[in-house]
Ligand binder design. Structure first.
Ligand SMILES: [Zn+2]
Length: 310
């Protein structure tokens, strides 16, 4: 495992667009006579992304939009980019039918209380065949853990991993399947093991800057996984806070009443309440979680309103 501290140097054919935590990173690949993009951020950032793509494409067509998975913060710009540049949308196969029918429940947008502009796909990723992006071959790797249908991309020549929400420099995405009583910790462990075996030189995560020290990130991730796995209530509490923080990032400020109304219709939070905190009143659970966010500096209460911070 490489332990160098050198900054992550990406090939000139890859450009990472980072726009804060609400939106996933987008990676623009230079395919020569066209460009492709991997992931498109959250819907509220779609016009900004379209402008960034307009600059990055330098007059060439945006031919493909490829998604690692279908969470709202990774596909929110799909509709806008497709309408503007007439790009082909390529998604992992797992939720193809849900996308075609726009089943917001199966796509998790309803359950998480998040928004996404409707799009349809043109092609499915063939998980058994490498994908060509930026003039290079990328092996498609099953992502598990955070989302059973997620895929990662790995280029063996340059040892670059597009890790989506399976590995960040300081953690990984919420293990959603466990909240519903399914399995996710074992799958997360398996994907971390797989990443360790690949020993990437550079990781381009779904959120945060690209990084070189995959070994250090894996150590953090293994410790984090053990912490969550040893007490599933921790995973539930963490997931609930992530959902609340994500919504705050989107709305920026809210009255406590508006917030409680919104979350009363957010299935994942109701599920977390029923399964993990049944002795508390639902609104009380939300208030306690918000208080934790405030203590952590992620939110602030001022002038009768709850504000997002950082
Ligand atoms: Zn995700």
């Amino acid at each position: 495992m490489s332990r160098t501290r050198a900054p992550a140097r990406l090939p000139a054919t890859m450009q990472v667009l980072e726009r804060g935590w609400l939106s996933s990173n987008s990676i623009v690949f230079d395919d020569g006579d066209a460009v492709s993009i991997v992931d498109t951020g959250y819907v509220s950032h779609a016009p900004m992304l379209a402008q960034l793509v307009e600059t990055a494409r330098r007059g060439r067509p945006l031919s493909r939009i490829v998604n690692t998975h279908l969470h709202s913060d990774h596909v929110g710009g799909n509709a806008e980019l497709q309408a503007r540049f007439r790009a082909t949308i390529v998604i992992p196969p797992g939720l193809a039918a849900a996308v075609r029918q726009w089943d917001e429940r199966r796509l998790n947008y309803a359950a998480t209380g998040q928004r996404c502009a409707r799009f349809d796909y043109d092609q499915l990723i063939d998980v058994d065949r490498p994908l060509r992006l930026g003039g290079q071959q990328w092996e498609v790797i099953g992502g598990g853990g955070h989302d059973p249908e997620m895929v990662l991309f790995y280029n063996h020549d340059e040892r670059i991993l597009v890790s989506a929400d399976a590995l960040w420099e300081n953690g990984f995405g919420v293990i959603f399947p466990e909240l519903e009583g399914g399995s996710g910790f074992a799958e997360q462990q398996a994907v971390l093991d797989r990443i360790g075996a690949l020993s990437p030189r550079i990781v381009v995560p779904g959120h945060g800057a690209p990084f070189g020290d995959a070994g250090a990130a894996l150590e953090v991730a293994y410790r984090r996984l053990e912490y969550l796995r040893s007490d599933p209530q921790r995973n539930a509490r963490h997931a609930a806070k992530v959902l609340i923080k994500f919504w705050l990032l989107d709305v920026r400020r809210t009255t406590p009443e508006q917030m409680q109304r919104h979350f009363a219709h957010t299935d994942y939070l109701r599920l977390i309440h029923q399964r993990y905190f049944p002795r508390q009143d639902f609104a009380q659970m939300i208030d306690l979680l918000v208080a934790e966010l405030i203590r952590a500096g992620a939110a602030e209460f001022a002038g009768g309103m709850l504000h997002n911070r950082n």
